[in-house]
Write a protein that binds this ligand. Structure first.
Ligand code: CAA
Length: 283
């Protein structure tokens, strides 16, 4: 299974990061979103990241232009007919993902792998929307994608061994480290991370300490690069809530019950860094 071209669906925070690392690894990248303006926004972030690399002397201006020339803008899933793998990074909603995968199954060539960057939704259920469940797999990148080394690779119930192998090989070409996991709610990353963040929110909710104190304890005491409340703002509080709900529903265990304060913030539109306010405020 030789992979030369890739389609990334979603030009947001995760999609543009994945597109950037794919183009830097030499793949032709179809960057797909609903509207050209969303793609332009994603390309502006990619271009800014590459300029920073030029300024730091890591790549030349010529290499930057070469990377940018790898991109093809796409506003239709029909373009998936030209690629060997699709990596979907659209919104975390099963109905939307199923619809996208159903459409990809029509247009993408028979050999094409269909991957999802979902952070917690079942790969097996996404795969069931297609007639090629053996070619459907999870490729869960971490934020910020250009910096973080991990890609969690999730096998659905029917994922073929050669598909897993091709995705693992591709991940290494992106200079990332693949880690294999099976398809259970939250996989490994969010099953461990999100309850910690949720517990930090309970700690704030119950008045155990201030938000600054909670973050400081975890930063200095556990050597985490950022405290859990800052990290929650960085990930997006709506995403944190969605993942906690997926864990709660998936396992049916109250130990995954989302903190009422998290629900309250999301209802208020305090979604973290992206909305200008979460546990902290942002310019
Ligand atoms: N895009 C590209 N590069 C970025 C970046 C971004 N958004 N943010 C930071 N960087 C780069 C900087 O340019 C800098 O590069 P150089 O070292 O080459 O100069 C480097 O990262 C370090 O940046 P800073 O010095 O500005 O800041 P920092 O040392 O605090 O690092 C950080 C920033 C890497 C984000 C660090 O704070 C960190 O590791 N935070 C935790 C990140 C984390 O836990 N991510 C996982 C989130 S969970 C997830 O993604 C899964 C999910 O499903 C929810």
């Amino acid at each position: 299974m030789e992979i030369k071209s890739v389609m990334i669906i979603g030009a947001g925070q995760m999609g543009s990061g994945i597109a950037q690392v794919c183009a830097q690894a030499g793949y032709t990248v179809y960057l797909n979103d609903l509207k050209e303006e969303f793609i332009e926004k994603g390309m502006a972030v990619i271009s800014k990241n590459l300029t920073r690399q030029v300024d730091k002397g890591r790549i030349t201006e010529e290499e930057k232009n070469d990377i940018l020339s790898k991109f093809i803008h796409s506003t239709t899933l029909q373009d998936s007919q030209n690629v060997d793998i699709v990596i979907e990074a659209a919104v975390e909603n099963m109905e939307i993902k199923s619809k996208i995968f159903k459409e990809l199954d029509i247009y993408a060539p028979a050999h094409a792998i269909l991957a999802s960057n979902t952070s917690s939704l079942p790969i097996t259920e996404i795969a069931a929307a297609t007639n090629r469940p053996e070619k459907v797999i999870g490729m869960h990148f971490m934020n910020p994608v250009p910096v973080m080394k991990l890609v969690e690779i999730i096998r659905g119930l029917a994922t073929a061994d050669e598909v897993y192998q091709a995705v693992e090989d591709m991940t290494k070409t992106l200079k990332k480290v693949p880690v294999e996991v099976n398809d259970f709610p939250g996989f490994v990353s969010n099953r461990v991370l999100m309850p910690m963040i949720n517990e930090a929110i309970f700690t704030l909710y119950e008045g155990v300490a201030t938000k600054e104190a909670i973050d400081e304890v975890m930063k200095l005491g556990m050597n985490h690069p950022m405290g859990p409340l800052t990290l929650a703002d960085f990930i997006g509080l709506d995403t944190c809530l969605y993942i906690m709900e997926t864990l709660h529903e998936g396992f049916g265990d109250d130990k995954y019950r989302p903190c009422p304060l998290l629900r309250k913030y999301v209802k208020a539109g305090w979604l973290g860094k992206k909305s200008g306010r979460g546990f902290y405020t942002y310019e």
